[in-house]
Design a protein around this ligand. Structure first.
Ligand code: ADP
Ligand code: MG
Length: 234
């Protein structure tokens, strides 16, 4: 195997005495997509927050392209080639779509540029002049994705892109993620919707109460007794 673009090793995060994440390890190759699944509160967003440098880890390491990240800060992580989207999109509502992208690109990678037009990639072509707060929920999620893309990430952490989308919008969103992976971007995709995940990857990491309880193929995950128990609450 080639050297992984992202390597997470034994990552842990506590808030006070509460352990939100405990010993998660993962390697991602260029262009590879891994689904991150688990019940509400299992630590999925916390993993993204720690990997992207928003929170310092309590234990463990993150390396990007073989270089240790030492826990942020986020803008430096973005410049190193990794970006993330937010479960609740964080666009600047009173700015236009185009202005949002310009603000984001000011924090972008210094040596790489994105191939292709980010708005076209996410299906928002022609909406540059619209105010972000006039977009519908699906469009706001796409804008959040475009804001991350203008920084030309090698690794993109995607937090619940599918939540609240219609079946047709989900298909579109899955197509966008497949395109990004085909362009060589490594993706960690947090998602509740297994049908959506199945459209973008066959490899998953399952969290429960901050612990990694399964890593492997989606097909095996849905037959794994521990995974089944967690998801069916049995
Ligand atoms: P998920 O994204 O899987 O739904 P989260 O990672 O958001 O779960 O949360 C995991 C657990 O960590 C939850 O119990 C949550 O309340 C807790 N948590 C997350 N962020 C913080 C924080 N900044 N301070 C305290 N507790 C937090
Ligand atoms: Mg979450």
């Amino acid at each position: 195997m080639a050297n992984p673009i992202l390597a997470i090793s034994d990552l842990a995060k506590s808030f006070g005495g509460f352990i939100a994440l405990d010993g998660v390890s993962l390697e991602l190759q260029e262009g590879e997509v891994v689904g991150l699944v688990g019940p509400n509160g299992s630590g999925k967003t916390t993993l993204i927050n720690v990997v992207s440098g928003l929170y310092a880890p309590s234990r463990g390491t993150v390396t990007l392209g073989g270089r240790p990240l030492h826990g942020g800060p986020p803008h430096r992580v973005v410049r190193s080639g990794m970006n993330r989207t937010f479960q609740v999109p964080k666009s600047l509502g009173t700015l236009t779509v185009g202005e949002n992208l310009r603000v984001a690109s000011a924090h972008g990678a210094q040596r790489r540029t994105l191939e292709g037009d980010p708005l076209e990639l996410v299906g928002l072509a022609g909406l540059e002049r619209r105010f972000a707060n006039s977009l519908n929920a699906s469009q706001q999620k796409r804008l959040d994705l475009a804001r991350a893309l203008v920084t030309a990430p090698q690794v993109l952490l995607v937090d619940e892109l599918g939540a609240g989308l219609s079946p047709a919008e989900l298909d579109d969103a899955a197509g966008v993620l497949r395109k990004l992976a085909a362009a060589g971007i490594a993706l960690l995709v947090v998602e509740h919707l297994m049908g959506f995940l199945a459209k973008v990857t066959s490899r998953v990491l399952v969290l429960n109460a901050g612990q990694q309880i399964f890593q492997g193929s989606l097909e095996e995950a849905v037959r794994d007794p521990q995974v089944v128990q967690v998801f069916l609450g049995g």
